[in-house]
Design a protein around this ligand. Structure first.
Ligand code: SF4
Length: 408
């Protein structure tokens, strides 16, 4: 997962698992994933005041098209309303949703409620940049029903913020968190990045300890990874700095997990920690367990009935499509049973809940414990997996190499 946030399940060039043959055990079986789970709604706000130097998410830094975008978004909602009914999570992500005014955010929520049913106790998340979070803005967000805030802190070290090209200052990071509490938010998540070039694990733990002083309900800690097309990726290609090697990354990961579990947090997914099970991200869990979700806005992904599709990562194209009455979909990808099965392994083994062996057998006609007996026994002996209460569960070391575990 890339840094900043991970609200979209697949944002790289590979949208699904392409070569699942090593992991499947019964490719002929019918996909019977239960679809009774309530879907989630993701809305991509494709604007950032300034692009960060490591970021490859789709957004533009001119805000002049926000009014046109909102009009188009409302039309996209209208197009979707006949196929989607109710949601119990809404996630305003991006980009930087907090560059919108309170009136603009309220207009989005009002329009969602006009077109869809939001179930009682819907989790309503807003992704934010600390530079935008003054008290009146946060009070306004709280008053309109937003009940979960994620704040892109990334680091409590000013040099690291500078290296990453973040637009916010250290003092803005502090006051953003304090203001969120003053405004009444009781579910606040902080996003952090580790593994910065030149950073050693002790320096990272200083940032982590500063975050803990605020007792956030949620922490997302992402390893810095760089794509070539980003400014930092370009500098890396030119050899201006080095990234940590695999052993170094493993060390960062283990020390992060140990420190946060020692502080009482649940390490419930590779990059995600919650102060208790009440505060795990309900929305993101839908991505990890094949619950349907609808994504609206440029680059947003959707998933339902074994099919994934995604919108153009281009605001102009998006606006044109909507204006001409077309869905702004770039591509649809029906997933084969093999792909779904491998995804279930890949995503399940990134979570501490692991994979329910009974559900897996029912859905894929595949008894993992007998079909993959040898490799599961080997990984269990080596301390990467365990079988507990009917679940195949990655240990902490297993989470550190979760992507490889899926290839069992
Ligand atoms: S604020 Fe977030 S989405 Fe925007 S450029 Fe920075 S990392 Fe990317």
């Amino acid at each position: 997962m890339r840094p900043c946030k991970r609200n979209s399940p697949y944002s790289g060039s590979s949208h699904s698992v392409k070569n699942p043959q090593s992991a499947i055990c019964n490719p002929q079986s019918a996909f019977r994933n239960p679809q009774s789970k309530v879907p989630g709604l993701y809305i991509h706000i494709p604007f950032c005041l300034k692009k960060c130097d490591y970021c490859s998410f789709y957004s533009i830094s001119s805000l002049s098209l926000i009014p046109d975008y909102l009009e188009a978004l409302f039309k996209e909602m209208e197009m979707a309303r006949d196929s989607w009914d109710s949601f119990d999570t809404v996630y305003l992500g991006g980009g930087t949703p907090s560059v919108l005014t309170l009136q603009q955010i309220e207009s989005i929520l009002t329009r969602i409620q006009k077109q869809f049913v939001l179930l009682p106790d819907t989790e309503l998340t807003l992704e934010t940049n600390p530079g935008d979070l003054n008290l009146p803005f946060l009070q306004g967000c709280r008053a309109m029903g937003i009940n979960r805030l994620t704040i892109g802190i990334q680091s409590f070290d000013p040099n690291t913020l500078g290296f990453l090209g973040r637009r916010h200052s250290l003092s803005q990071a502090h006051s953003a968190i304090e203001n969120s509490r003053r405004a009444g938010f009781q579910n606040v998540g902080l996003d952090l990045i580790y593994g910065i070039p030149g950073q050693d694990p002790d320096a990272w733990l200083k940032t982590l300890n500063q975050a803990l002083l605020f007792s956030p309900e949620h922490l997302s800690c992402y390893q810095l990874t760089l794509e070539d097309k980003t400014p930092l990726g370009g500098r890396y290609q030119k050899g201006e700095f080095r990234l940590h090697d695999e052993d170094g990354q493993y060390d960062f990961f283990m020390r992060t997990s140990e420190r946060l579990e020692e502080a009482g947090y649940l390490h419930y997914e590779v990059s995600n920690f919650a102060r208790s099970s009440l505060f795990t991200s309900r929305h993101n869990q839908k991505y990890w367990n094949h619950t349907p979700y609808l994504g609206l806005g440029p680059s947003a992904h959707s998933f339902r009935n074994g099919e994934r599709w995604w919108n153009h990562s281009d605001l102009r194209q998006y606006l044109t499509d909507i204006e001409e009455g077309r869905l702004p979909v770039e591509r649809e990808e029906p997933l084969t049973i093999e792909q779904l099965q491998l995804e279930a392994l890949f995503l399940g083994l990134r979570t501490r809940r692991g994979i329910s062996l009974q559900d897996f057998t029912r859905t894929y006609q595949c008894d993992l414990l007998s079909e993959k007996k040898e490799i599961i026994e080997k990984l269990t002996e080596e301390g990467f997996l365990s079988v507990q209460e009917g679940h195949l569960i990655p240990t902490r070391s297993g989470l550190a190499i979760a992507d490889s575990l899926a290839l069992i």
